[in-house]
Design a protein around this ligand. Sequence first.
Ligand code: AMP
Length: 182
Amino acid sequence: MTLSTEQRTIIEGAIRDIPDFPKPGIIFKDITTILNNPEAYKTLQDHLRDRYASYNLDYVAGIDARGFIFGATLARDLGVGFVPIRKKGKLPYTTVSEKYALEYGVDEVEIHIDAFGETKNARVLLIDDLIATGGTANAAASLIDKVGANCVESCFIMGLTFLDGIKKLEEKTPVYSVIEVN
Ligand code: AMP
C-alpha cells in the first residue's frame, strides 16, 4: 500500500527544506514541520499503520533520534514493541555494535543484546526519517541480524533516490520510502 495523491500532498507540503544545513550544499529535510502539523502527522502515521497492519510484525526498531518518533508511534498503533537503535554509548545494558563510514571518519550504532526478548527470528520493521547514503540504515539492519532477528522491511519517511543508499540497502532488506526525493 502506497500513499494516495491526497495523502502525498498533505505530507509533502509539511516537509520543510533548509538549504545549506548543516553545511553548504546540503538541503536538510526538516520533519519538525510534520510533527507540529496534526493533520500531516496523523496522515503519515495512519498510512504507516495501514501499510504495516498485515506484516505480522513483532517489533518496530527506530534509528536514533528521528526514527524514534515515527517508530514509537507506529509500534503503539500496531500494538507491538519498540526497540531503539542508538548512537554509541547511550544504551545502559549489554550491547552489540556496528561501525559505519561517514564522509570523514566513522560512527557507530548499538542495540541491546536482548532487545527482541525471547522471540526467535522476530519480525522487525526498521524505520528512520530519511535514507541518504544508507550507511546508518545498513549498520542498523546488520545489528537486527546480529541479535538473531529478521528485518522484514526498512521504511523511511523520505528516500533520496539520487544517491545509491536505497540500492545498497535493498541487498539486505526490502526498502519502502513514503516520499521519494529525486
Ligand atoms: P545516511 O547514513 O547517509 O543514509 O544518513 C541518514 C541519516 O542522516 C538519517 O538519520 C537522517 O536523519 C540524516 N540525514 C542525512 N541527510 C539528511 C538530509 N538531507 N536531511 C535530513 N536529514 C538527513
